[in-house]
Design a binder for this molecule. Structure first.
Ligand code: ADP
Length: 440
């Protein structure tokens, strides 16, 4: 009985009781003690009933509030269920859909009311159904299946990749009663995985091609070096005094052969070094030597180049201890590259070499010129192989674009670092930091 009906009943009893009371006391005869006692008891019972009625009303109100709260919660859970990012379904053990959320309906592109009652196998492409049935038969013994990847299809038979997790719900006797399904569309993930695999394969192929290219370059340069040395050797022989019967024209031709052969040999050496450095096959031959002496000798060797262009070559060596451990030929190569670039790209002014101790263990070599400079946008590219800032200018200046890349790789191999500061038209400063002792 609800609180309202109960209150009505109590009111009726209350009315009857007061009628009885009036009747009993309105007659001339006093009511019998038994009637009096009964009436009092009735009154007491009525009061108690009023209290109970009040309590019932209160309980009723509380119940109403609780029910409203429950409804709000139910709606919230329904929404959570419906708008979950994955499809949730409940099927019986035949695979017939009993319940499904909105995501499931959207995934299979079917209205929710038509989804209920359908067999889930309808959403499995025909060529996958055997595997699906087979898996379902295993479910009788399993508690759950996690992330089983299979193809599914929409109502219009559009296939997509799905990852399914299934949990078995059992009755009191332990027999499977229902299955709860979580279906996740993993088409995008699969697509990305496929792309990553293709990229990895491509990467491997590229690495393989790069290795082949380095190997080929090393082989070719080596093969070219031998005949070039022969050409150079024999041409130099032709300039000896025993051949002084050659006309000045013939001697000038021989000199041109020698210069070109030297140039070609230098290029071949660069390619060989570059390919070795790229393949990680270049090893430093470490020894103790005097760095101050090396810098002075190299600068002197390049003096005539600077002179030809009317440039001044300055050298400042400030070393308390000039002894270092490094590969002397490779340090020479770094210096020659930086210095000859400085000379090459400077038309007026000077090129300055400075050697200093940054700390006890680190030495800096810097080469500063007053030449054409490098634009900010090009600064980060100049250490890349084959990179030349301005093809037209560089054509004018010759070069392969390998020099700085080799320098950069050599400096790294020595555990050092190279930096450049430059502004277009304002000259450039290349600064190399090297450890005093290069580790093996
Ligand atoms: P290259 O054989 O062309 O000299 P490098 O690797 O030595 O190759 O140099 C790459 C490019 O960096 C050059 O072509 C040039 O554009 C620029 N560069 C290098 N050194 C200087 C410098 N001292 N002043 C101006 N530009 C330079």
């Amino acid at each position: 009985m609800n609180a309202y009906k109960f209150a009505q009943q109590v009111d009726i009893v209350h009315q009857r009781a007061s009628e009885l009371n009036t009747q009993a006391y309105s007659s001339s005869e006093a009511p019998s003690p038994l009637l009096q006692e009964s009436l009092e008891e009735l009154n007491t019972a009525l009061e108690e009933l009023h209290v109970a009625e009040e309590e019932l009303r209160q309980q009723n109100e509380e119940l109403l509030i609780a029910r409203q709260a429950l409804e709000v919660e139910r709606k919230r859970y329904q929404e959570l269920f419906d708008f979950a990012p994955d499809a949730y379904l409940v099927t019986d053990i035949e695979g017939k859909i009993i319940e499904a959320n909105l995501t499931a309906a959207n995934l299979f592109k079917i209205s929710p009311k038509f989804l209920r009652g359908k067999l889930l196998i309808n959403f499995i492409p025909e060529n996958q159904r055997r595997a699906f049935r087979c898996k379902l038969s295993q479910l009788h013994n399993l508690e759950q299946i996690q992330d089983w990847e299979i193809q599914m299809q929409t109502r219009e038979r559009l296939c997509f990749d799905a990852a399914i997790s299934i949990a078995t719900i059992r009755d009191e006797l332990g027999n499977p009663k229902e299955w709860r399904w979580l279906v996740r569309d993993i088409s995008l993930r699969k697509h990305i995985e496929q792309q990553i695999r293709a990229m990895q394969l491509q990467n491997l192929q590229l690495q393989e091609a790069a290795k082949l290219k380095s190997h080929f370059l090393a082989m070719m340069s080596h093969e070219l070096r031998t005949p070039m040395n022969v050409i150079l050797g024999f041409s130099q022989l032709l300039l000896r005094p025993q051949y002084n019967h050659f006309s000045p024209q013939a001697r000038s031709m021989v000199e041109r052969i020698i210069n070109s052969a030297k140039h070609l040999l230098a290029l071949i050496e660069d390619i060989l070094d570059f390919s070795k450095l790229e393949a990680g096959r270049l090893e430093l031959k470490l020894e103790e030597f005097n760095l101050a002496e090396l810098v002075t000798t190299v600068t002197e060797e390049l003096h005539c180049l600077a002179e030809q262009k009317n440039l001044t070559l300055h050298i400042h060596v400030q070393l308390q201890d000039p002894i270092v451990i490094n590969d002397i030929n490779r340090v020479r190569q770094i210096l020659i590259n930086l210095l000859s670039n400085g000379i090459k790209f400077t038309e007026v002014g000077s090129v300055t070499v400075e050697v200093q101790e940054l700390t006890k263990d680190i030495i800096t070599l810097s080469v500063q010129d007053t030449g054409i400079g490098i634009a900010e946008a090009d600064l980060q590219n100049i250490f890349q192989e084959f990179r030349q800032v301005d093809q037209f200018l560089t054509r004018k200046h010759n070069g392969t674009g390998l020099g700085l890349s080799i320098v950069d790789k050599l400096v790294r191999l020595m555990n050092g670092a190279i930096t450049v500061k430059s502004q277009l038209g304002e000259g450039s400063t290349f600064c190399v930091q090297l450890p005093r002792v290069v580790a093996n």
